[in-house]
Each structure stands twice: as structure tokens, then as C-alpha cells.
Design a protein around this ligand. Sequence first.
Ligand code: DP6
Length: 335
Amino acid sequence: MLDQRSSNIITVKAHTNIALIKYWGKRNESLFLPMNSSLSLTLDQFYTMTTVQFCKGLNEDVFIFNKAIAGEAETKKVSKFLNRIRKMAGSELHAIVKSINKVPTAAGFASSASGYAALAAAAAKAIGLDVNQTVLSQIARQGSGSASRSIFGGFVEWKKGLKDDGSDCYSLQIAGEQYWDIRILSVLLTTEEKLVSSREGMKRTVETSPFYQEWVLEAEKDLQEAKTAIKERNFERLGRVAEANALKMHATTLGANPPFLYWQPGTLAVVNQVQRLRNTGIPAYFTIDAGPNVKVLCLPENEQVIKEKLLSVPGVRDILVCHPGPGVTYTSDSI
Ligand code: DP6
């Protein structure tokens, strides 16, 4: 019986992912069931490393984030998530959780994706749950939807499922990280916290935007197009649909009540530069999450020239070049 003693210390590294077909809207908020299926690429540059140990004699969960004791609100979120895992395992032990985040938080880089993917994988293993990656994707989803996709490397589809209990809602890898060498340039404009979180933004959009129903229909069509493009390794085809899908997602926010927009002047300046590059025959496509920063898809041979052009855009502070990255990995590195 696990509760008679403390668990092993388990450390997991999980990477962020960028959605090429966006998840935008929930059909069930407490189970994190999405309205539409989505598709992402896991990235090699940004990650979270998390260590979990369930300890006998501990009265509450302890959360240490970036080497400092986390605040009450953050610790509560971790505890709420661990409660789901404790319930699955039939355990009442509390845990010491240590996390290091190598992701610029809350600026359109999905730190919650790598965060909950790492926490799900580490906590499940520490508590002794014998689960495969499909089930892990379902557990991670209940911390943050996009975390479901970060369980896997490379190109990942998150199936929305139809059932009320979420049993047919999970992620799966459609192509591994070695499959296709494309690049994502992460263009950093700001590290300021955004005004409307993705959680609040998608909720408001589902409830009030007259464009929302169309979004759901379009997203399903875009997903099929993106899967075909990946199968063919057709870069233009994938870039076109990813860019169009991001624009449709952002269009729904303009119709919400009250309306909102994640873009800043620098966002549009980068978008214009990408379009100019394309007009000169250089294939580059943008995508934007729930924040002002832009990610640009390109091929390795054009990485340098695109990077230089984008660095000259006013407001651009930095560019990080990402490659397709791996899924969750267990490690013995200590943090
Ligand atoms: C725009 O996964 O952060 O990045 O499930 O409420 O935690 P919650 O939302 P989250 O939303 C991500 C939204 C997005 C698109 C995407 O990653 O698919």
C-alpha cells in the first residue's frame, strides 16, 4: 500500500507545443473537453522540468516554482490537479512538486502546456499509476487543454471526442519529431502578462461571439487539410491552412461581447513582414496564440534570411529558432 511510505522521486521534462490548428472553446469546462479537434507541433526550445514526490506525513502539497516557494493561488492549482491523480490512484498522500520553467510565461507561449504535461507524467508515475500516453494525454488535458498535446513529440492531433465523460477525447502522435525538418521562429514582442487569459478568452467567445459556430465548422475542415499537408510534406499547403486557421480564431474574439484582441502594433508589423517575404518568393507563414507574439513557420534553408528580416521589424525583441521537439521524457537530472 503506497500510503504507508513515501513515493519515489520522479522527474519529467515536457516541451511546449504550437497549435497549427487551434483549440478554441470548451464543451465541458470542468473536464476540459474542447469544441473542436486541434493539431500542434511540439517544440524543442521551451520546456518545463518537474519533480514530484508523494510524501508520508506531509499535511499539504508544497509547490516550488523556479526555485522559490510558489504563491497560494499557484499551489492551489497544482493541488487541484493532483487531487484528480490521487483520486485515480486511491491515495491521500500529499506531494512536494518542484518545477523549472524555460518558457516566457503568459505571452502567447503555452507554458501551461509543458507545465501540466510534465506534472501529469511525473505525478502519475510517482503515485504508481500504470497508464499509457493516451491516458496521460487525458490526465494532462484536465490541467490545461493544450497540455494534452505536449505528451507527444512531433505533430500531434488532439481529438475532441463526442462522449460526455471525455473517454474518447485524447491526443495522438501523427508524425514523430524526425519526420519533417521544419522551423518555427518564435518572435518575441513582449513578456507582459496578457489582459485576457486564453481560458477566459475562449469562454467569452463561446458564450457571446456570433462567429463561434462557424469557427467550429471551419476548424474541422482546416484540420483535415493540415493532416493532408503533413502527409504530403507540402510546406505551402500546411502554412496556408495554419495561417488561415489562426486568423479565423482571432476573428471570433472581435465578435465577442465585450470584444477583445490579442494583437499589438508589433504583431501586425510582423504579420506584414511575413506577407512581404512571401511576395518576394520566400515561403513563410505566421500563427498567433492567445497573446501578441507571433510564430513563423519556415523551411531550414530560409531560416537565416527570415530571421534577419524579422529582427529589423520595430518592436521585435528577440527571435528563438525552434525545431520539432520530443514528447515527455523521464530523466534522472535533479532540479
Ligand atoms: C490559443 O490550453 O491554455 O493557445 O485549456 O483553458 O488551459 P485551457 O487553455 P489553453 O489554451 C490554448 C489556446 C491556444 C490554442 C491552442 O494551443 O490550441
